[in-house]
Ligand binder design. Structure first.
Ligand code: CDT
Length: 302
């Protein structure tokens, strides 16, 4: 068996006035707790270092940039990397990335995977950007991910923690293709951070189902692809907007093996055997034997 002790590092709210240093201190505190519980890997949320700024319509470029990281690690996040190396605990971290591509600045909603030696071994840029690109004043709050971020172009996997690990971010978890594309590359564990407001302005009738839809998506993704799935929230009341908690770790069987109970900073841990994927991958979801890609053309047609 290949055991990875995975901790969910759920964050409570991060307000606009909270400095990165303060947030990193919270992340370090949770990493210490996870280590004491025997964790090899801790999973933090999407855009973990700042408040969820796409809720605001901002026009000032410098103000927008203030929510982005130009390099990783940087001065504010260095203590987390150092602690990772010191404790031998790897991590997944979501953050807003300001990249430089051929002289052009490009903004992504990104995550990194860091191994137990504190080294970045994987990077992912969010593919499914929800929300809208223009100011929509009729909403109680905005969801301007399509304005602030460029979509990522691929779902990859990384060899780490003794297995094949994939990453996704928030809205990606609702799409079957996310998990399948990574499972086709052998993913045995998919790590996903999220910020999900309880209120969904275009479909308020879904508000009462937001925790259910979170769990449904993570469980379906795990079972249908024979992989472990960790989903981790930044939850609670952030700048007046309430977001779900409900962080979960799901086994390849589709069963929930651990969950967070609060909407605050909270660590929950489970022992994950990567070899438990194989029985699903070689039976019901043996892709080579049972998939029918010739019937799936519409999935990738524009
Ligand atoms: N961050 C993010 O992607 N949040 C979205 C909310 C979109 S409005 C339903 C999510 O899918 O959870």
């Amino acid at each position: 068996s290949r055991i990875v002790n995975v901790a969910l590092g759920q964050l409570g709210p991060v307000q606009r006035s909270d400095t990165r240093e303060r947030v990193v201190a919270r992340l370090c505190e949770m990493m210490r707790e996870a280590h004491a519980l025997g964790a090899h890997l801790i999973v933090y949320p999407e855009l973990a270092l700042t408040t969820f700024f796409p809720r605001w319509y901002l026009e000032d470029e410098a103000e927008i940039d203030s929510f982005f990281e130009r390099e990783m690690p940087n001065a504010a996040t260095q203590p987390l990397f150092e602690l990772s190396r010191q404790l031998g605990v790897g991590f997944y971290l979501g953050y807003a990335e300001l990249a430089e591509e051929g002289g052009t600045r490009v903004r992504y909603n990104s995550s990194i995977l860091v191994d137990r030696g504190g080294r970045i071994v994987g990077k992912y840029r969010k593919v499914h950007l929800p929300g809208h690109a223009e100011h929509e004043p009729w909403r109680r709050f905005q969801h301007l991910e399509k304005r602030y971020f460029t979509p990522g172009q691929r779902f990859g996997v990384t060899q780490a923690f003794g297995g094949t690990i994939g990453m996704a971010i928030c809205n990606d978890r609702r799409w079957a293709e996310t998990y399948r594309v990574m499972a086709l590359q052998g993913a045995e564990m998919v790590l996903i951070g999220y910020n999900t407001p309880v209120h969904n302005a275009p479909a308020p009738q879904h508000d009462d189902l937001s925790l259910f839809h979170n769990q449904l998506s993570l469980q379906a993704g795990a079972y249908q692809n024979g992989c472990w799935v960790a989903g981790v929230a930044k939850g609670g009341l952030e700048e007046g907007v309430d977001s779900i908690g409900g962080s979960l770790l799901v086994a390849p069987s589709g069963e929930v093996v651990t969950r967070c109970l609060s909407k605050d900073d909270e660590v929950a841990i489970a022992r994950c055997d990567l070899d438990f994927c194989a029985v699903y991958k070689r039976s019901t979801f043996n892709f080579d034997l049972h998939r029918r890609p010739e019937a799936y053309g519409l999935i990738v047609a524009r």
